[in-house]
Design a protein around this ligand. Structure first.
Ligand code: CR1
Length: 840
């Protein structure tokens, strides 16, 4: 732990009171100082990457001033704090976002230009910090931006993985995974806290002793490692507040292994120590899929244990009663991955602080709340009791105690209802027995929420029905959102400019509802022209990116049709490509001289990573690439149709792809996509949606109007019936003829790779079409037809696009976070005064 001694020296303290100025000369001097003293560069070995490093260090200095002031201010006001615990934070690049939030982009642009650099090219030098898989991790990142901007006393806690999500290469139509050692060139955005290290224990045993007639539990033995803090400043927009994302890295504990040492095995001793570093070395690359690996549980516990020590140390800084704990802290669990925090806090309170269990339990569940992100059964975490009891023996005991107390209460309310008891129990009575992390999270929290209306509703009627009947008021909805800073202001600079001009200022960046005022511009021809011009420029940029990264020339006048997201069967990229094949075959059947009249040119783009072990997802990539090969080289097709697999989809290329998209696909089987968040980003950037009534699409339709979208497919209440129908129907009768034709072509080897593509189509044939591609295919075709019709009418399309964008303000994560703050956390804003230059 750190020692809290003061800076006593007056001279030193006085010198620390001044702020760095932000005029051009001072910025230039600070950059040059970093070139000379931080990087130690000379005239003869200096690249644009070094310029990026120096510029980032100069921005970092400014961030740190605000960061330190904010932390002090929160401490001084003793505010209630929010701790957002997440196993993933998918941050994306920092530099541009930091400059925009600090409102220093123009100053730096000018300063850097005179030093010979174009700021935009400098941005491109940054690696994309990708410590997350997809929506869940990116949501956590958007939330941090909103918490900072809303001046909330909040901190994020996560893991500093040495390897982020793998880099995806596409070769011969197959995905290859390359390790992402993102720290290779250093990371100017973090502050390593050499003095913040917490011990973390694994394995060992529980010893019982008796003191004053009471039994005490002591967990000891096993292995110790250290968790070290790395702080990442998160600046708010239009505020001086800068909050913290604290990431933990594992290190060997300081005690030397004297046993091996005394036996003379020095190298063995060092080898043992190395193992400790391995714990936080790699992010598990599964999205919505539970893998059950011990190392993953170690990661989760390391995050939880270090965080709870940090939180308690901060709480105890002031002398106060334990009963104040829930008035001073709110801990949000981003899914069940950090759920052991519930048990860990209880353990510390009863075993270390000597608090009675009933009272301690009350403090715990009042402090915690839990967000569920999926109802997919394969994603639900259930740890075998052998594995858990071996790694965390005391925690297993405590889980049994919590469960016992809880079930006692339930059986008073519902006597003899064994079925109910076994579904509510934390323990699944399977062989071997398992700990259900979702049940633990619900029982240990005062609030539980889903991430879109339809999803929250499904939680209370299906997955968590029994819990809902027990405590209906515990269950809430918090529809997801995305930050307009990164997803409009940074990624679509021209659209942002248009908004600022039209609205006479840029306060829309923190109050997105203002863009609704542009409703009266929808019919304005000048406004429409500007809108089209901006979309076209964004399309140019993507065209260039595709040329650079895929060596494919795409038609700027074609409809840019995009599906980018993790590869998953429930997301139905498969259905998309099957439709593309149908379209291709239809073009081929049409006489050459009629093709251009009958078909609209389209560029269909896919992107997204498959989990390395997810065979079917990889087969879908192969199918897309095989079809792309065939179609793109078919001289009869020309630029009527191009298919592109955009490699290595991540936050920084999303910032290029999304503003350039005209149609985006969100076509999951109803009920399976909890929310989706890219749908919100696309809509904000004027893309139309083709999609099912699932997740946040439902609320997007409420906001922008169904007539401005292409909605199709079965509704959630129809799914069960359709699945039964599918299982009871002759396979040859089940698929519509258009789909049968497509499947037959694949089966014949028309696209090559026959063996694996046959395996793929067999996963939906033979009464096995779990995600109901067959049931939705027909209405998908009809929706696609409407897309073509609308796109032919350029002014209609433009108006629809404008309406989508200006009616999407609900989906700002500022709205989401304000609701969490008011309805779950009970925290208030604390805005620190903006210091006048040169005086603190
Ligand atoms: C959901 O699949 C949602 C994000 C963020 C994902 C997606 O629909 O938008 O969470 N779930 O809430 C997930 O990653 C582990 O579960």
């Amino acid at each position: 732990g750190s020692q809290n001694s003061l800076i006593q020296n007056e001279k030193m303290w006085k010198l620390m009171q001044s702020y760095i100025k932000n005029d051009k000369e001072t910025i230039q001097q600070s950059i040059v100082n970093h070139v000379e003293y931080t990087l130690a560069k000379t005239r003869f070995d200096f690249s644009i990457f070094h310029a990026y490093q120096a510029i980032s260090h100069s921005v970092r200095d400014r961030l740190i001033e605000a960061f330190n002031d904010t932390a002090q201010y929160f401490t001084h006001h003793d505010c209630k704090r929010v701790y957002y615990l997440s196993i993933e934070f998918l941050m994306g690049r920092y530099l541009q976002n930091a400059l925009i939030n600090l409102e220093l982009e123009d100053n730096y642009k000018e300063a850097v230009l005179e030093l010979g650099y174009n700021l935009e090219s400098v941005y491109e030098q940054e690696v994309d910090p990708a410590l997350g898989n997809g929506g869940l991790g990116r949501l956590a990142a958007c939330f941090l931006d909103s918490m900072a901007t809303l001046n909330l006393p909040a901190w994020g806690y996560g893991i500093r993985y040495s390897y982020g999500i793998f880099r995806q290469l596409i070769k011969d139509g197959y995905q290859y995974e390359v390790p992402d050692y993102w720290l290779d060139n250093g990371n100017p955005w973090e502050i390593e806290r050499l003095d913040v290290n917490y011990p973390i224990r694994f394995y060992g045993y529980v010893r019982k002793i008796h003191e004053n007639g009471k039994e005490k539990s002591i967990w000891e033995g096993g292995e110790l490692v250290l968790a070290r803090a790395y702080d990442n400043p998160i600046p708010g927009y239009d505020t001086y507040n800068t909050i913290n994302l604290r990431l933990w890295r594992s290190l060997p504990a300081r005690e030397f292994d004297f046993n091996s040492f005394n036996q003379g095995d020095y190298f063995k001793a060092l080898e043992e120590r190395e193992k400790a570093e391995y714990i936080t070395s790699v992010l598990y690359p599964n999205d919505s899929n539970y893998s059950g690996k011990e190392l993953r549980l170690k990661q989760q516990y390391l995050l939880v244990c270090a965080t709870i020590q940090d939180v308690i140390r901060r709480f105890k800084k002031k002398k106060r009663d334990w009963k104040e704990l829930p008035e001073k802290i709110a801990v949000q669990l981003n899914d069940t991955h950090p759920a052991m925090a519930i048990v860990e806090l209880l353990r510390v309170l009863i075993d270390h602080e000597g608090i009675e269990i009933e009272f301690a339990w009350e403090l715990v569940y009042k402090s915690f709340s839990y967000t569920n992100h999926t109802i997919l059964p394969e994603a639900l975490e259930k740890w075998g009791i052998d594995l858990l009891g071996n790694l965390l023996p005391r925690h297993l005991e405590i889980v049994y105690i919590i469960n016992f107390i809880f079930l006692e209460k339930v059986s008073k309310k519902f006597p003899n209802d064994h079925h109910r008891l076994s579904s509510l129990s934390i323990i699944e009575e399977s062989n071997p027995k398992k700990i259900r992390m979702a049940n633990l999270s619900i029982i240990g929290s005062h609030a539980v929420n889903g991430v879109a209306e339809i999803h929250s509703k499904l939680l209370t009627t299906t997955l968590f029905k029994d819990f809902y009947e027990l405590r209906p008021k515990k269950f809430q909805n918090k529809t997801n959102g995305v930050t307009p800073r990164r997803w409009i202001r940074c990624c679509n600079v021209q659209l942002a400019q248009l908004y600022t001009e039209q609205l006479g200022g840029d306060t829309w960046v923190t109050d997105l509802t203002q863009v609704r005022c542009l409703e009266n511009m929808v019919e304005d021809p000048d406004f429409q022209n500007n809108w089209q011009r901006i979309k076209r420029q964004n399309k140019e940029q993507l065209k260039w990116w595709v040329k650079e990264n895929c060596q494919i020339d795409i038609n700027i006048d074609s409809l840019f049709d995009v599906q980018v997201k993790r590869l998953h069967e429930y997301k139905r990229q498969f259905m998309n490509i099957l439709y593309v094949i149908h379209r291709y075959l239809s073009i081929k059947k049409t006489p050459a001289d009629q093709r251009h009249a009958k078909f609209l040119p389209r560029t269909i783009m896919f992107g997204g990573k498959a989990a390395p072990g997810y065979i079917n997802a990889k087969r879908i990539i192969k199918l897309i690439c095989s079809v792309a090969d065939k179609v793109n080289t078919d001289s009869e097709i020309g630029d009527l149709m191009k298919i592109v697999y955009l490699p290595n989809y991540n936050v920084s290329n999303a910032q290029i792809i999304i503003p350039a998209t005209e149609l985006s696909q969100h076509i999951s089987t109803a009920g399976l996509e909890a929310s989706g968040t890219s749908n919100m980003k696309f809509v904000m950037n004027g893309s139309l949606i083709i999609g099912t009534m699932d997740g946040a699409n439902v609320e997007i339709a409420e906001e922008v109007g169904k007539e401005n979208m292409f909605i199709f497919g079965a509704l959630v209440d129809e799914i069960e019936g359709l699945r039964n129908h599918m299982r009871n129907t002759e396979p040859s009768q089940y698929f519509p003829p258009e789909l049968n034709e497509v499947l037959q072509k694949i089966d014949e080897g028309f696209f090559g790779a026959v063996d694996e593509l046959r395996e793929l189509i067999n996963t939906i044939r033979n009464r096995n079409d779990y995600y109901l591609l067959g049931a939705d295919f027909k209405s998908y075709l009809e929706a696609q037809k409407k897309v073509d019709e609308c796109y032919k009418n350029k002014s209609l399309w433009t108006k629809m696009s404008i309406r989508n964008a200006i009616r999407s303000s609900k989906f700002s994560s500022d709205r989401t976070i304000q609701q969490y703050a008011d309805e779950i956390w009970g925290v208030k804003a604390f805005q620190i005064p903006n210091p006048s230059q040169n005086a603190r």
